[in-house]
Ligand binder design. Structure first.
Ligand code: ATP
Ligand code: MG
Length: 406
């Protein structure tokens, strides 16, 4: 890939996260390339290449299942006069368009953190470091390039990125880079909800979510991502369902490090669980029947969250299903074998196991499902027949009630 650009007569460097991660001994999540070729020129070199982004025009080059982002060197256009077609700032100072091309050196200075502005030159296998990134990697410091206030104003997502890299790499945040984190969180309201959604996933699905949450809370930034959950964590720490959040994150971090899959639906089901249960109890207290109170709470919590962060539909639906299945797992009956076939069964079961682990009295039921999953058909029938009578009675009562209502 890099060689094709080079043979085409262009400069090509690995840059950003992959260089940084390799230097600290982590496996890079993806690869970013910087070049002096314009996006259109990159496109002529690769068969499966797509130009994306308006604010920031990029070439995506696909290789099998992998995708490499190729960005053309850009200048920092925050000072000086530039054509609106290429560079645009909102009234708040946010950069809306950033397509002023420049040199490698200019490209380094428009990047966010020094540790993200290191370039690996394939022509001579050297590292190019204009901003002192290598030193900061060595001292384990996250430091913004340029004036922190201005850089955060230009793109408030950098507030979150500072925290994310500190959590991921276990680095300290340099003083001037850190101070605005306490005061500028409000600006995150101006970030498009879809961008926040991507960022949340990067925060919580890659093995450092507990440290990430701790730092987000420390800087009071969590409320700008998941206001309802932030409220529960700070105002209802003793609520039994609040405990599940930390336990779920701990579990997901462990899964990531064991190279097992982590699911965004499970993540959102866990993060939004305490506010959902709070609402559920509230609606129950207002006299709504059990099932309606639960469904209403689910709908309300997801709708509220959707206003802050654009959770894609497939994922919010997944969270909804995991919650919905909780009821069915708790009320075991003849439908149990059928439930095993549900595509979210495993996630819902893991979720129930977490609930038991965080203090809800469901150990016996969790154990029952554990055995049930590996039992033969005959054994399953026996297990169903041996279920406590009151559980079966509850089920048939509610079914009868439903039938009568119909
Ligand atoms: P990761 O891929 O682990 O999230 P990354 O550093 O590679 O980390 P990307 O979002 O892939 O992050 O961006 C690639 C590079 O582009 C960054 O390393 C940084 O140099 C630059 N960059 C990304 N976002 C910004 C931003 N908001 N402001 C300035 N530079 C940015
Ligand atoms: Mg990257």
């Amino acid at each position: 890939m890099l060689y094709r650009l080079k043979e085409g007569g262009y400069a090509a460097y690995l840059v950003g996260g992959c260089v940084r991660d390799l230097l600290v001994g982590l496996l890079p999540k993806d690869f970013d390339v910087a070049t002096d070729a314009k996006p259109e020129q990159v496109k002529t070199l690769f068969r499966r290449c797509f130009l994306v982004g308006k604010r920031f025009r990029l070439a995506h080059v696909h290789f099998g299942f992998d995708k490499i982002e190729v960005a053309t060197f850009r200048a920092s256009a925050s000072t000086g006069l530039f054509n609106k077609k290429h560079y645009l700032k909102s009234k708040l100072g946010m950069v809306m368009r950033d397509n002023v091309y420049g040199t490698l050196e200019e490209d380094a200075f428009r990047r966010d953190f020094t540790i993200n502005a290191l370039y690996y030159n394939i022509a001579d296998f050297s590292l190019v470091d204009y901003c002192g990134g290598l030193d900061d990697i060595h001292h384990k410091v996250v430091r913004l390039i340029g004036d922190p206030h201005q850089r955060y104003h230009e793109d408030p997502l950098r507030l979150l990125r500072a925290v994310r890299f500190a959590a991921k790499l276990n680095f300290a945040i340099e003083e001037k880079t850190e101070a605005p984190l306490f005061t500028m969180g409000e600006l995150l309201q101006h970030i498009p909800p879809a961008r926040l959604f991507d960022e949340i996933q990067k925060f919580f699905l890659f093995g450092f979510s507990q440290r990430a949450l701790m730092l987000l809370q420390k800087y009071q930034l969590f409320q700008w991502l998941l206001a309802q959950t932030a409220h529960c964590l700070s105002h209802e720490p003793d609520f039994i369902h609040t405990h599940l959040v930390n336990e779920a994150l701990k579990d997901m971090d462990a899964r990531f490090h064991q190279k097992r899959s982590t699911s965004p639906s499970f993540l959102f089901a866990a993060l939004l669980w305490p506010p959902m249960m709070m609402l559920y109890y509230q609606y129950q207290g207002e006299g709504l029947p059990d099932v309606s109170a639960y469904e209403k709470a689910i709908a309300k919590v997801l709708a509220q969250q959707g206003r802050q962060v654009a959770i894609i539909r497939r994922i919010s639906l997944g969270a909804h299903e995991i919650w919905h299945l909780q009821h069915q797992l708790l009320h075991r009956g003849p439908h149990a074998s059928h439930l095993l076939q549900h595509k979210r069964f495993r996630a819902a079961f893991d979720f129930l196991a977490l609930r038991a682990k965080t203090g809800e009295k469901y150990e016996e039921i969790v154990h029952w499902w554990e055995v049930f999953q590996i039992a033969s058909e005959e054994e399953q029938q026996v297990m169903i027949a041996a279920l406590p009578a009151e559980e079966a009675a509850k089920r048939s009562k509610s079914r009868r009630r439903r039938r009568r209502r119909k």
